[in-house]
Each structure stands twice: as structure tokens, then as C-alpha cells.
Design a protein around this ligand. Structure first.
Ligand SMILES: Nc1ncnc2c1ncn2[C@@H]1O[C@H](COP(=O)(O)OP(=O)(O)OP(=O)(O)O)[C@@H](O)[C@H]1O
Ligand SMILES: [Mg+2]
Length: 232
């Protein structure tokens, strides 16, 4: 009996480029090679036995090297309803100019090449005052740009490493920005283990934080929030 290659060939990093289909994407393989990018099996998540950086609802993110540079390749999943990664690329270009988000190195038809960033999602990290300040400042900058990230609440797109990273701008949009208020809610006000842990580190009450967020919404001025959190 002749077995199909999908059954006989052991999955490698090239097998996951078309996840969840088990096909090769020769065009993407060639495009990455032309860009000098070598995809490598590396990361804390595993797909079909192959280590990857991440597997989200709309994409699969794999590690790679471009010459001496580490990169993350975000590839649209074949079962994703998202039309393209173009929107994410558009917002990354805007926020990258302000030093926010992983740098966008290359935009392809159904993939992005991004700066590789290392960090732990806030809910699993030891969150220190300097991290709060850094996220607050980035969220404030996004608010001033009228760019709403859209997924600050939830925390999985806030990574703490050597720097504080806001990732995944796929749901970003030009609309009333709620980045600072979502951040305060995520880190201090929600009924989550993470929020109660972070709140207990600061001597700020929920009432004083809610008041400071209301004030911020009126004035776009971070100072009261920074005062309440003893970060000024
Ligand atoms: N630039 C990067 N460097 C390193 N790892 C990354 C990078 N971008 C994404 N990742 C990893 O891949 C995961 C999925 O990325 P991302 O959130 O951008 O994809 P997604 O498909 O939109 O996911 P979701 O459905 O969760 O929103 C992240 O949680 C992170 O672990
Ligand atoms: Mg996403």
C-alpha cells in the first residue's frame, strides 16, 4: 500500500506553515528564502510536535533567523476568517514610529516578518512599578494617536521582558481609544488573580483608580493616575 507523504513524512517547521492544513507552502518557503529568512523550530508552543512561538486564532507565529537577526514570522492561518494581515501591518507602521510594538520588517501577502520579542504575559509575570509606568506611557501614546489596540484587556498581548511589549495589533482601529482605561482595568480593577495580585502591591484603592481614570478620560493627562499609583 502506498502511503501519502503527509503520513510518512515526519512533521518539520515547513509542515506548519499552512496550519491547520497539512500541506507544504512552497511559495512561502521560497519567499522566505529570497528574504534570507530561515524558519526554525523554536518556542514554548508545540504544533504537531514542532515547536513554534505561538498559535493564535488567526495566525501561527514561528521563529526564524534573517542573517544574524532573530525574527518572528506571523503567518495567517488557513482557517482564519481575517481577510489579510494588511490591517495589522498598517497599525504596526504607525505605532512603530513611536517605539511601540515589535518592529515590522516585512509585509507579505499572508505573512508578516516582525522583530522577535521575548516576554511573559502580564498574568504570569512579576509586575513591577516600572512595568506599569512603561505600559501606561505606551497606552497613553496610543490614546493620543487615536489608535485603540482593542485587546489590552485580557492581558495576553502585554508581555514583560527586558522591555514591556504590546503585541498583536490585528484588532486595532481608529476609534475612541480606551488603551489607558483598559490597562488600568486589566492590571488593577478586574476580578482576576492577576489584578488582585498587582493591586495588592500598590496602596491604591479601586475607588481612587476609577476616579483617576475618569479624570484621565476628561483631560488626557496621566498625572493623577501616576500620583495615585505613586509612580510620579
Ligand atoms: N514578535 C513576536 N516575537 C515573539 N513571539 C511572538 C511575536 N508575536 C507573537 N508572538 C507569539 O505568538 C503568539 C500569538 O501571536 P498573536 O497574538 O500576534 O497572534 P494571533 O493569531 O492574533 O493570536 P490571538 O488569536 O491570540 O490574538 C503570542 O502570544 C506570542 O506568544
Ligand atoms: Mg490576535
Amino acid at each position: 500500500m502506498k502511503l501519502s507523504p503527509a503520513i510518512t513524512v515526519k512533521p518539520d517547521i515547513f509542515s506548519v506553515l499552512t496550519y491547520p492544513r497539512k500541506e507544504r507552502n512552497v511559495l512561502l518557503e521560497r519567499t522566505l528564502a529570497d528574504l534570507g529568512i530561515t524558519p526554525l523550530p523554536f518556542g514554548k508552543n508545540v504544533v504537531w510536535g514542532v515547536p513554534v512561538l505561538g498559535k493564535g486564532w488567526s495566525s501561527i507565529v514561528i521563529y526564524g533567523m534573517q542573517e544574524q537577526k532573530e525574527v518572528a514570522i506571523k503567518i495567517q492561518r488557513r482557517d482564519s476568517h481575517r481577510l489579510s494581515l494588511g490591517r495589522e501591518a498598517l497599525f504596526l507602521r504607525i505605532v512603530n514610529e513611536r517605539g511601540i510594538g515589535p518592529t515590522l520588517y516585512h509585509e507579505g501577502k499572508d505573512f508578516l516578518v516582525l522583530e522577535y520579542v521575548e516576554g511573559v504575559p502580564v498574568r504570569n509575570a512579576s509586575v513591577q512599578p516600572k512595568h506599569i509606568r512603561c505600559f501606561l506611557e505606551q497606552c497613553h501614546t496610543l490614546d493620543l494617536l487615536s489608535v485603540d489596540h482593542g485587546q489590552i484587556q485580557g492581558g495576553k498581548h502585554l508581555l514583560i521582558g527586558e522591555k514591556c511589549w504590546i503585541i498583536d495589533f490585528e484588532k486595532a482601529g481608529f476609534r475612541t481609544p480606551r488603551n489607558v482605561s483598559s490597562l488600568v482595568s486589566e492590571l488593577f480593577l478586574r476580578k482576576t488573580e492577576c489584578a488582585s495580585r498587582v493591586r495588592s502591591q500598590f496602596s491604591a484603592t479601586s475607588e481612587s483608580l476609577i476616579k483617576a481614570v475618569r479624570e484621565y478620560k476628561k483631560t488626557n493627562n496621566l498625572s493623577l493616575l501616576l500620583d495615585v499609583l505613586h509612580l510620579s
